[in-house]
Design a protein around this ligand. Sequence first.
Ligand code: HEC
Ligand code: HEC
Length: 271
Amino acid sequence: MNKKLQFVLIPALILVIGGAAFSFLFEDKHVAQGRKLFNRYCVPCHGPGGQGDGYNAKNLDPHARDLTDSKEQYMSKLSNKEIYEVIEKGGRGVDLSSMMPTWGLIFSEEEMWSLVAYVRTLHTYKGEKVTFDKEKPYQTTRVRVPPVQEAEFRSLMEKVTDEKKQELIDQGKELFEDFGCIACHKVGNKGGTLGPYLTRAGFMLQPQFIYRWIRNPLSFKNHTRMPNLGLSEDEALAVTLYLSTLHGPPVQLDGVTPFEEDQGVPKPAKQ
Ligand code: HEC
Ligand code: HEC
């Protein structure tokens, strides 16, 4: 081999091989953003590797989707837009199960596309890449919903007659399942353990707090794992009245201690 050629070829080879080996160091900025969000918000159900085996998965029916296509080809058949939509609107917004929550009211457009870009790294996909076009950039700011005032709750309550109240409680019980609250919260022995048990919500929580929290959890706690699920005033009122009727016995915590969750991904407590 020509000496000059060697001079060029060998460093080039080192670059290519080295680049491949260390490519994780140069992870795309958006994939990295998606990974970070996924680890915090999605791993409790979908599992650390996206296989649908998070600690909360056993509480879900249907199961959290295996995003790796390890058993069947499924994810690779979805378009980027379809994945975006299920994240944005949740299962109930796209005719899937409401056990998959709605994220569109808390994440920015860019964050949701970053999640799509990261989810794409979990399975083999040969289609179109998620691009973040400089010409048409995605919205980087999150939607800011103003805190809900106590007066809103009080004025709704003024219109609730005794007769109407029972109706709302029954409705609230249904909405608790329809909105997928049950995916994260246990009532009695049914439901998830991503959030606190609500079996004793009627003893533990003030109705006006429940109402204001449900309507806008992020106004209380910026990085809470509970998304804003977009309940209307009337829906939130019904769910609040239902939760206020829950006066169950003390529960033995056998899963996560919810308020320790800020130290990263919570792990089930030792038995
Ligand atoms: C409370 C549990 C839970 C959390 C948290 C959760 N998911 Fe899901 N996810 C599910 C369940 C359950 C399904 C299956 C829904 C179905 O098949 O009806 C699902 C399905 C999906 C699917 C497949 C959709 C399809 O078309 O079949 C994607 C993609 C997904 N989730 C992404 C995410 C991302 C990204 C996050 C975090 C921002 C997340 N999920 C958080 C429970 C969860
Ligand atoms: C993706 C999981 C998830 C979903 C879905 C969810 N929550 Fe939560 N919820 C949480 C977490 C986590 C907390 C703990 C708050 C924190 O400290 O971040 C919480 C807290 C709460 C609290 C306050 C409890 C307390 O002890 O302070 C109430 C009330 C509540 N959720 C009701 C609901 C209702 C009603 C719904 C359905 C409209 C719902 N949640 C849906 C995860 C969820």
